[in-house]
Write a protein that binds this ligand. Structure first.
Ligand code: PNS
Length: 166
């Protein structure tokens, strides 16, 4: 079985992420959407919320599961027998960082290939940080997040901004 991982911070999941995950699920037998910690970022949504939002956004999909991990992606991949990491590439600005991560993961786990899918044109500019920023200033985030999680994203951000983060 060809098992792939779509890793990320998903803080929160955007329409761009959903597009990449669904396309990956057509190429691989099974896809694990893996919520990880990016030490270079200060995450806004707690991991439990990020997982819940991903599950709501994706709904029932036969060959997609959601998981989280607090260690190295390369180790997780080894543990579950994944052969590929799938990432979306939006623009040239993503390339250097993604290339660096792909080579690092390959060194840590030589059996692991990183596969890049080009972002769909309508999602080229999308990012979780943009979603958080627009929401923070009361803007409309409906074009950026899946409709299934729109209310939840607003509610969670409201609680977090009022100081109720876990
Ligand atoms: O959505 P992001 O923040 O661009 O995803 C980056 C992420 C979470 C995939 C990356 O930071 C990661 O793999 N974190 C887990 C720790 C790890 O394995 N680091 C080494 C990869 S260079």
């Amino acid at each position: 079985m060809n098992l792939a991982i779509c890793p990320g911070s998903f803080d929160p999941i955007t329409r761009g992420h959903v597009d990449i995950i669904r396309r990956a699920s057509k190429i691989f037998d099974k896809v694990i959407v893996l919520v990880l910690t990016n030490p270079n970022k200060k995450h806004t949504f707690p991991i439990s919320e990020r997982r819940r939002l991903i599950e709501s956004a994706l709904g029932e999909c036969e060959n997609i599961v959601v998981d989280s991990y607090s260690g190295l992606l390369a180790d997780y991949a080894k543990n579950v027998g994944a052969t590929a990491i799938v990432k979306g590439l939006r623009a040239m600005s993503d390339f250097e960082y993604e290339f660096q991560m792909a080579l690092t993961n390959k060194k840590l786990n030589p059996a692991l290939e990183t596969v890049f899918l080009t972002s769909s044109a309508e999602n080229m500019y999308l990012s979780s940080s943009m979603v958080r920023q627009v929401a923070l200033f009361g803007g409309d985030i409906s074009p950026f997040v899946p409709p299934e999680i729109l209310d939840d994203v607003h509610n969670v951000l409201k609680i977090i901004n009022q100081g109720g983060n876990e």
